[in-house]
Design a protein around this ligand. Structure first.
Ligand code: ZN
Length: 153
């Protein structure tokens, strides 16, 4: 069986950045299970997996455009520190929901001082090339329920 639209696919994967730092991995966990062709994975990854069979090992470099997008400097914003609650104390790296132009977005605090907090509305992996090592473990037909829901169970 080959990977194609509406197959249930199980993969082992390790994602590293360009410095070789592991960002995410299925090592030590169950393989990642998804319904192919539904946008469950980032597009650059689904595209490369298309047509592959069980046992296939892939090294995939996904460009930012096919991953989490390019960085948009307009999503950097300075906000007066007084707009943040004092408890718990805010720190660089904290993430929270904020109102973006098209609805809620996840923003990350990247800098702060006594008067201003700099928040970044870019996805933490925006602008990053995503280096995936993937092994296809299993390919199977979805259940009626999975197909009707449009995702794997
Ligand atoms: Zn469901």
């Amino acid at each position: 069986m080959k990977i194609e639209k509406n197959k249930i696919v199980l993969i082992d994967y390790t994602l590293t950045d360009n410095d070789g730092v592991v960002i995410d991995t299925s090592q030590g966990r169950e393989p990642l299970k998804y319904l192919h062709g539904t946008g469950a994975l980032i597009s650059g990854l689904e595209k490369e997996l298309e047509g592959k069979e069980v046992g296939a090992k892939l090294d995939i470099a996904v460009k930012p455009e096919d991953g989490y997008g390019l960085r948009n400097e307009a999503l950097l914003q300075k906000v007066p520190t007084e707009h943040f609650p004092t408890e718990p104390a805010i720190q660089v790296g904290m993430q929270f929901q904020a109102d973006g132009p098209q609805g809620p977005i996840l923003v990350t605090i990247i800098d702060l001082n006594h008067t201003e907090v700099t928040v970044d509305g870019n996805h933490p992996l925006a602008g990053a090339t995503l280096n995936f090592k993937v092994e296809v473990k299993e390919i199977k037909e979805p259940t009626e329920e999975e197909l009707s829901h449009g995702h794997s169970h």
